[in-house]
Design a protein around this ligand. Structure first.
Ligand SMILES: [Zn+2]
Length: 259
């Protein structure tokens, strides 16, 4: 057996590293359950291909202790948003209002943001092709690394995170994971967009205009304000669907991922 020692990317101590997920494994559970066992991958503008992933994207990044540190936040979010039975997103719909938004109460948004920023950091340091569009500056990576390690997150407007719930025809689209993309807003801010667990999450690394502050995860410690987006209104979903249908027509792929 190999006794190879490596450097943990979080605590920077020498340790034996285990393969860990960039996006926690439970976000893949709906995909596994429906036996898709694969998800979309964009490579450039024209090429589109599928890869089979039995266990999601993993990479050797963390030592056992750091893996445990992150898994505490992962368990919290899993239990509070998805329940233990993995039936998709579980929350109190009595808070659903008529202006196409939903308010989640009783969730520690600091922990939720911690998990999200740890995913952003992991994706940024990852060498996996799936996360190639996600690259923060060395300085920003280091700010996040220290913040995660010391469990003290930067102010909400330093690394703003905004999440939308993605609604498919009948349910929230928890069975879709897309390759993270970098895009720019008319405000001049750039963002990385991730889709997993029924959420479309925008990560920023520059302060946003005050107007957006209401939507920042962690702005209200116990309240998460989310806007619902129709899957059909999301460009990447439409492109993906069109490409899936084309593959299907060519007999290359028998079923469509999106509901
Ligand atoms: Zn470590």
């Amino acid at each position: 057996m190999s006794k190879k020692q490596e450097i943990c990317r979080l605590c920077q101590k020498t340790a034996k590293l285990a393969k860990s997920h960039i996006i926690p494994e439970y976000f893949y559970s709906e995909i596994y359950k429906k036996n898709h066992k694969l998800f979309q991958e964009f490579v450039g503008e024209e090429t589109f291909k599928y890869r089979k992933h039995q266990k999601g994207f993993k990479e050797k990044l963390l030592c056992f202790d750091c893996e445990q540190l992150l898994s505490g936040y992962e368990s919290y979010v899993k239990n509070h948003l998805y329940g233990s039975s993995s039936k998709g997103l579980q929350f109190d719909t009595t808070n659903l209002n008529e202006v196409n938004g939903v308010q989640l109460l009783k969730i520690d948004t600091i922990k939720f943001r911690f998990l999200l920023l740890s995913i952003l950091w992991r994706a940024s340091i990852s060498s996996l092709q799936f996360f190639e569009s996600v690259k923060l500056s060395d300085e920003h990576e280091e700010i996040l690394r220290k913040a995660i390690l010391t469990k003290s997150l930067p102010a909400v407007n330093l690394f703003p995170c905004i999440a939308y719930l993605i609604k498919g025809e009948n349910t929230f689209s928890t069975d879709v994971i897309t390759q993270p993309q970098r895009t720019s807003l008319p405000t001049g801010n750039s963002l990385f967009n991730f889709v997993f667990g029924g959420f479309s999450i925008n990560f920023f690394w520059t302060p946003l205009p005050f107007l957006f502050e209401l939507l920042f995860i962690g702005n209200f410690p116990k309240e998460l304000i989310l806007t619902i987006k129709d899957a059909k209104s999301i460009r990447m979903f439409n492109e993906t669907n069109a490409k899936l249908n084309m593959l299907k027509k060519n007999g290359e792929y028998p079923e469509v991922l999106l509901n």
